[in-house]
Design a protein around this ligand. Structure first.
Ligand SMILES: Nc1ncnc2c1ncn2[C@@H]1O[C@H](COP(=O)(O)OP(=O)(O)OP(=O)(O)O)[C@@H](O)[C@H]1O
Ligand SMILES: [Mg+2]
Length: 293
Protein backbone atom coordinates (compact mmCIF):
# COMPACT_ATOMS: atom_id res chain seq x y z
CA UNK A 1 0.00 0.00 0.00
CA UNK A 2 1.18 3.44 -0.83
CA UNK A 3 0.87 5.64 2.14
CA UNK A 4 0.11 9.37 1.97
CA UNK A 5 3.61 9.94 3.22
CA UNK A 6 5.03 7.99 0.29
CA UNK A 7 3.04 10.14 -2.17
CA UNK A 8 4.32 13.25 -0.48
CA UNK A 9 7.92 12.00 -0.69
CA UNK A 10 7.38 11.13 -4.37
CA UNK A 11 5.94 14.58 -5.09
CA UNK A 12 9.00 16.01 -3.42
CA UNK A 13 11.18 13.85 -5.69
CA UNK A 14 9.23 14.99 -8.74
CA UNK A 15 9.69 18.62 -7.68
CA UNK A 16 13.40 18.00 -7.18
CA UNK A 17 13.64 16.33 -10.63
CA UNK A 18 11.71 19.19 -12.25
CA UNK A 19 14.00 21.68 -10.53
CA UNK A 20 17.05 19.72 -11.71
CA UNK A 21 15.67 19.65 -15.30
CA UNK A 22 14.98 23.37 -15.13
CA UNK A 23 18.47 24.06 -13.83
CA UNK A 24 19.96 21.78 -16.49
CA UNK A 25 18.07 23.70 -19.15
CA UNK A 26 19.32 26.98 -17.78
CA UNK A 27 22.82 25.52 -17.52
CA UNK A 28 22.50 24.42 -21.18
CA UNK A 29 21.32 27.90 -22.20
CA UNK A 30 23.99 29.70 -20.30
CA UNK A 31 26.98 27.43 -20.69
CA UNK A 32 26.24 25.42 -23.87
CA UNK A 33 24.39 27.97 -25.99
CA UNK A 34 26.39 30.87 -24.73
CA UNK A 35 29.56 29.96 -26.66
CA UNK A 36 27.44 30.17 -29.82
CA UNK A 37 26.26 33.59 -28.79
CA UNK A 38 29.81 34.47 -27.95
CA UNK A 39 30.90 33.30 -31.41
CA UNK A 40 28.27 35.40 -33.14
CA UNK A 41 29.36 38.26 -30.98
CA UNK A 42 32.94 37.63 -32.04
CA UNK A 43 31.86 37.89 -35.68
CA UNK A 44 30.11 41.17 -34.97
CA UNK A 45 33.18 42.38 -33.12
CA UNK A 46 35.33 41.42 -36.10
CA UNK A 47 33.00 43.32 -38.39
CA UNK A 48 33.07 46.30 -36.10
CA UNK A 49 36.84 46.25 -35.86
CA UNK A 50 37.07 45.87 -39.66
CA UNK A 51 34.87 48.92 -39.96
CA UNK A 52 37.01 50.68 -37.43
CA UNK A 53 40.14 49.76 -39.38
CA UNK A 54 38.53 51.01 -42.57
CA UNK A 55 37.60 54.29 -41.00
CA UNK A 56 41.12 54.63 -39.62
CA UNK A 57 42.37 54.02 -43.18
CA UNK A 58 39.87 56.52 -44.53
CA UNK A 59 41.07 59.05 -42.06
CA UNK A 60 44.66 58.25 -42.99
CA UNK A 61 43.95 58.79 -46.70
CA UNK A 62 41.98 61.90 -45.86
CA UNK A 63 44.73 63.33 -43.76
CA UNK A 64 47.32 62.46 -46.41
CA UNK A 65 45.61 64.94 -48.69
CA UNK A 66 44.59 67.43 -46.11
CA UNK A 67 47.42 67.32 -43.63
CA UNK A 68 47.97 70.40 -41.51
CA UNK A 69 50.28 72.10 -43.98
CA UNK A 70 48.00 71.38 -46.95
CA UNK A 71 45.05 72.82 -45.05
CA UNK A 72 47.06 75.91 -44.19
CA UNK A 73 48.09 76.22 -47.83
CA UNK A 74 44.46 75.94 -48.98
CA UNK A 75 43.37 78.55 -46.40
CA UNK A 76 46.14 80.84 -47.60
CA UNK A 77 45.05 80.40 -51.22
CA UNK A 78 41.47 81.10 -50.20
CA UNK A 79 42.53 84.23 -48.28
CA UNK A 80 44.52 85.44 -51.27
CA UNK A 81 41.36 85.14 -53.39
CA UNK A 82 42.40 82.14 -55.50
CA UNK A 83 39.84 79.71 -54.17
CA UNK A 84 36.29 80.04 -52.82
CA UNK A 85 35.24 76.40 -52.37
CA UNK A 86 36.56 72.94 -53.05
CA UNK A 87 33.83 70.75 -54.42
CA UNK A 88 34.56 67.18 -55.25
CA UNK A 89 37.39 65.05 -56.56
CA UNK A 90 38.19 64.79 -60.27
CA UNK A 91 40.92 62.21 -59.88
CA UNK A 92 42.77 60.34 -57.15
CA UNK A 93 46.12 59.27 -58.51
CA UNK A 94 49.26 57.68 -57.15
CA UNK A 95 50.83 60.91 -56.02
CA UNK A 96 48.35 63.69 -56.49
CA UNK A 97 44.66 64.37 -56.07
CA UNK A 98 42.95 66.67 -58.51
CA UNK A 99 39.88 68.41 -57.12
CA UNK A 100 37.36 70.75 -58.60
CA UNK A 101 37.35 74.17 -57.03
CA UNK A 102 35.29 77.28 -57.51
CA UNK A 103 36.43 80.90 -57.67
CA UNK A 104 34.09 83.78 -58.51
CA UNK A 105 31.49 81.29 -59.76
CA UNK A 106 33.84 79.60 -62.23
CA UNK A 107 35.54 76.26 -61.94
CA UNK A 108 39.24 75.68 -61.39
CA UNK A 109 41.33 72.53 -61.04
CA UNK A 110 43.23 72.11 -57.77
CA UNK A 111 46.07 69.60 -57.91
CA UNK A 112 47.30 68.56 -54.48
CA UNK A 113 50.46 66.48 -54.15
CA UNK A 114 50.39 64.10 -51.21
CA UNK A 115 53.56 64.36 -49.19
CA UNK A 116 53.30 60.75 -47.97
CA UNK A 117 53.07 59.03 -51.34
CA UNK A 118 55.26 61.17 -53.55
CA UNK A 119 58.01 59.51 -55.54
CA UNK A 120 60.97 61.53 -54.32
CA UNK A 121 63.53 59.56 -56.33
CA UNK A 122 61.67 60.40 -59.57
CA UNK A 123 61.39 64.03 -58.53
CA UNK A 124 65.09 64.28 -57.74
CA UNK A 125 65.99 62.54 -61.02
CA UNK A 126 64.08 65.04 -63.14
CA UNK A 127 64.99 68.10 -61.11
CA UNK A 128 68.72 67.39 -61.23
CA UNK A 129 70.10 68.58 -64.54
CA UNK A 130 67.42 71.24 -64.94
CA UNK A 131 69.33 74.55 -64.82
CA UNK A 132 66.21 76.27 -63.41
CA UNK A 133 66.34 74.16 -60.24
CA UNK A 134 69.88 74.09 -59.05
CA UNK A 135 68.93 72.93 -55.58
CA UNK A 136 69.92 69.62 -54.09
CA UNK A 137 67.39 69.32 -51.39
CA UNK A 138 66.93 66.37 -49.13
CA UNK A 139 63.94 67.99 -47.49
CA UNK A 140 60.86 66.24 -48.85
CA UNK A 141 58.50 69.18 -48.51
CA UNK A 142 61.01 71.42 -50.25
CA UNK A 143 61.38 68.85 -53.03
CA UNK A 144 57.60 68.74 -53.56
CA UNK A 145 57.46 72.55 -53.56
CA UNK A 146 60.14 72.55 -56.27
CA UNK A 147 58.25 69.87 -58.17
CA UNK A 148 54.99 71.88 -58.05
CA UNK A 149 56.86 75.05 -59.09
CA UNK A 150 58.38 73.09 -61.94
CA UNK A 151 54.93 72.00 -63.10
CA UNK A 152 53.71 75.60 -62.81
CA UNK A 153 56.64 77.00 -64.76
CA UNK A 154 56.44 74.31 -67.43
CA UNK A 155 52.72 75.00 -67.84
CA UNK A 156 53.33 78.76 -67.99
CA UNK A 157 55.98 78.28 -70.63
CA UNK A 158 53.78 76.03 -72.73
CA UNK A 159 50.76 78.30 -72.26
CA UNK A 160 52.75 81.37 -73.37
CA UNK A 161 53.91 79.41 -76.41
CA UNK A 162 50.21 78.91 -77.19
CA UNK A 163 50.28 75.16 -76.65
CA UNK A 164 46.91 73.65 -75.74
CA UNK A 165 47.49 73.23 -71.97
CA UNK A 166 45.49 74.39 -68.93
CA UNK A 167 46.43 77.93 -67.92
CA UNK A 168 48.39 77.85 -64.66
CA UNK A 169 46.97 80.13 -61.97
CA UNK A 170 49.14 79.76 -58.86
CA UNK A 171 51.46 77.30 -57.12
CA UNK A 172 51.94 77.26 -53.37
CA UNK A 173 53.75 74.52 -51.44
CA UNK A 174 52.19 71.22 -52.57
CA UNK A 175 49.15 72.80 -54.26
CA UNK A 176 48.80 73.87 -57.86
CA UNK A 177 45.73 75.73 -59.13
CA UNK A 178 45.08 75.64 -62.84
CA UNK A 179 42.41 76.25 -65.43
CA UNK A 180 39.62 73.71 -65.29
CA UNK A 181 39.29 71.77 -68.54
CA UNK A 182 35.70 70.70 -68.97
CA UNK A 183 32.20 71.85 -69.67
CA UNK A 184 30.64 75.03 -68.30
CA UNK A 185 28.46 72.80 -66.12
CA UNK A 186 31.57 71.50 -64.40
CA UNK A 187 31.93 68.11 -66.11
CA UNK A 188 35.67 67.53 -66.40
CA UNK A 189 37.04 66.60 -69.83
CA UNK A 190 37.98 62.91 -70.04
CA UNK A 191 41.43 61.62 -70.84
CA UNK A 192 41.94 60.28 -74.37
CA UNK A 193 42.40 56.89 -72.69
CA UNK A 194 38.82 57.11 -71.42
CA UNK A 195 37.28 58.93 -74.32
CA UNK A 196 38.59 57.78 -77.66
CA UNK A 197 38.54 60.52 -80.31
CA UNK A 198 35.81 60.17 -82.92
CA UNK A 199 38.33 60.67 -85.73
CA UNK A 200 41.60 59.24 -84.46
CA UNK A 201 43.82 60.48 -87.34
CA UNK A 202 42.36 63.97 -87.20
CA UNK A 203 42.91 64.10 -83.42
CA UNK A 204 46.48 62.81 -83.81
CA UNK A 205 47.13 65.47 -86.43
CA UNK A 206 46.03 68.18 -83.98
CA UNK A 207 48.11 66.58 -81.23
CA UNK A 208 51.25 66.52 -83.41
CA UNK A 209 50.86 70.26 -84.04
CA UNK A 210 50.61 70.80 -80.28
CA UNK A 211 53.68 68.63 -79.63
CA UNK A 212 55.58 70.65 -82.24
CA UNK A 213 54.75 73.88 -80.43
CA UNK A 214 55.60 72.26 -77.08
CA UNK A 215 59.09 71.35 -78.28
CA UNK A 216 59.94 74.16 -80.72
CA UNK A 217 58.22 77.14 -79.11
CA UNK A 218 58.10 76.26 -75.41
CA UNK A 219 61.46 74.51 -75.69
CA UNK A 220 60.29 71.62 -73.53
CA UNK A 221 59.99 67.85 -73.77
CA UNK A 222 56.94 66.38 -72.04
CA UNK A 223 58.50 63.17 -70.79
CA UNK A 224 55.29 61.31 -69.95
CA UNK A 225 53.19 61.75 -73.05
CA UNK A 226 50.44 59.18 -73.18
CA UNK A 227 46.68 58.95 -73.61
CA UNK A 228 46.47 59.28 -69.80
CA UNK A 229 47.97 62.76 -69.96
CA UNK A 230 46.01 64.16 -72.89
CA UNK A 231 42.46 65.33 -72.31
CA UNK A 232 39.83 65.15 -75.02
CA UNK A 233 38.14 68.54 -74.85
CA UNK A 234 35.42 68.55 -77.49
CA UNK A 235 37.64 66.52 -79.85
CA UNK A 236 40.67 68.79 -79.31
CA UNK A 237 43.74 67.61 -77.35
CA UNK A 238 44.76 69.36 -74.14
CA UNK A 239 48.15 68.28 -72.82
CA UNK A 240 48.36 67.96 -69.01
CA UNK A 241 50.68 66.66 -66.26
CA UNK A 242 53.87 68.48 -67.20
CA UNK A 243 55.64 68.22 -63.83
CA UNK A 244 58.32 65.89 -65.22
CA UNK A 245 58.76 67.87 -68.44
CA UNK A 246 62.32 69.03 -69.00
CA UNK A 247 63.95 71.83 -70.93
CA UNK A 248 65.15 70.92 -74.41
CA UNK A 249 68.84 71.00 -73.40
CA UNK A 250 68.37 68.76 -70.37
CA UNK A 251 70.73 65.76 -70.59
CA UNK A 252 67.80 63.32 -70.83
CA UNK A 253 65.61 65.45 -73.14
CA UNK A 254 66.33 63.52 -76.37
CA UNK A 255 65.79 60.17 -74.71
CA UNK A 256 62.43 61.37 -73.34
CA UNK A 257 61.38 62.86 -76.68
CA UNK A 258 62.04 59.58 -78.51
CA UNK A 259 60.09 57.69 -75.85
CA UNK A 260 57.17 60.13 -76.06
CA UNK A 261 56.95 59.91 -79.87
CA UNK A 262 57.13 56.11 -79.91
CA UNK A 263 54.51 55.93 -77.18
CA UNK A 264 52.08 58.22 -78.97
CA UNK A 265 52.59 56.24 -82.17
CA UNK A 266 51.86 52.93 -80.40
CA UNK A 267 48.84 54.17 -78.45
CA UNK A 268 47.20 55.87 -81.42
CA UNK A 269 47.89 52.87 -83.63
CA UNK A 270 46.00 50.75 -81.07
CA UNK A 271 43.07 53.16 -81.30
CA UNK A 272 42.98 52.69 -85.07
CA UNK A 273 45.25 55.43 -86.44
CA UNK A 274 46.58 54.85 -89.96
CA UNK A 275 49.79 56.85 -89.29
CA UNK A 276 53.13 55.06 -89.44
CA UNK A 277 56.01 56.13 -87.20
CA UNK A 278 57.61 57.72 -90.30
CA UNK A 279 54.42 59.71 -91.02
CA UNK A 280 54.54 61.02 -87.47
CA UNK A 281 58.22 61.93 -87.70
CA UNK A 282 57.67 63.69 -91.02
CA UNK A 283 54.90 65.77 -89.52
CA UNK A 284 56.92 66.66 -86.44
CA UNK A 285 60.07 67.58 -88.44
CA UNK A 286 62.27 67.19 -85.38
CA UNK A 287 65.98 66.91 -85.77
CA UNK A 288 66.34 63.69 -83.77
CA UNK A 289 67.69 60.25 -84.31
CA UNK A 290 65.03 57.66 -83.84
CA UNK A 291 65.38 53.95 -84.39
CA UNK A 292 62.56 52.90 -86.66
CA UNK A 293 62.10 49.17 -86.39
N1 LIG B 1 43.09 71.13 -65.54
C1 LIG B 1 42.34 70.08 -65.43
N2 LIG B 1 41.02 70.11 -65.70
C2 LIG B 1 40.24 69.01 -65.56
N3 LIG B 1 40.71 67.81 -65.16
C3 LIG B 1 42.02 67.71 -64.89
C4 LIG B 1 42.90 68.81 -65.00
N4 LIG B 1 44.14 68.43 -64.66
C5 LIG B 1 44.04 67.13 -64.33
N5 LIG B 1 42.79 66.68 -64.47
C6 LIG B 1 42.30 65.32 -64.18
O1 LIG B 1 43.09 64.76 -63.15
C7 LIG B 1 43.78 63.61 -63.61
C8 LIG B 1 45.18 63.56 -63.01
O2 LIG B 1 45.88 64.71 -63.39
P1 LIG B 1 47.42 64.64 -63.69
O3 LIG B 1 47.69 63.70 -64.81
O4 LIG B 1 47.92 66.04 -63.84
O5 LIG B 1 47.93 64.06 -62.32
P2 LIG B 1 49.00 62.90 -62.10
O6 LIG B 1 50.29 63.56 -61.82
O7 LIG B 1 48.93 61.91 -63.23
O8 LIG B 1 48.55 62.23 -60.83
P3 LIG B 1 49.07 60.80 -60.41
O9 LIG B 1 50.45 60.61 -60.99
O10 LIG B 1 49.03 60.86 -58.96
O11 LIG B 1 48.07 59.84 -61.03
C9 LIG B 1 43.75 63.72 -65.12
O12 LIG B 1 43.80 62.45 -65.72
C10 LIG B 1 42.45 64.42 -65.38
O13 LIG B 1 41.40 63.48 -65.36
MG1 LIG C 1 48.80 61.99 -65.22
Amino acid sequence: MISKLDILINIDRIVVIVIIILFSFLFFEVFILDPKIAKADEEVQKLISKKRKKSVEDRRVGSEIFDKQTLETLYKLANQGHLDVLNGAISTGKEANVLKGVINSSYIAVKIYRIATSDFKKMQYYIQGDPRFNIRSSNKRQLITNWVNKEFRNLARAYEAKVSVPKPIIALNNVLILEFIGSDDGDPAQTVKNQKPKDVDDFLNKLLLEIKKFVNNANLVHGDLSTFNILNKDEYPVIIDVSQSVVRDHPIANELLVRDIKNIYKEFKKMGSSYSLEDILNKLEFDINLDID
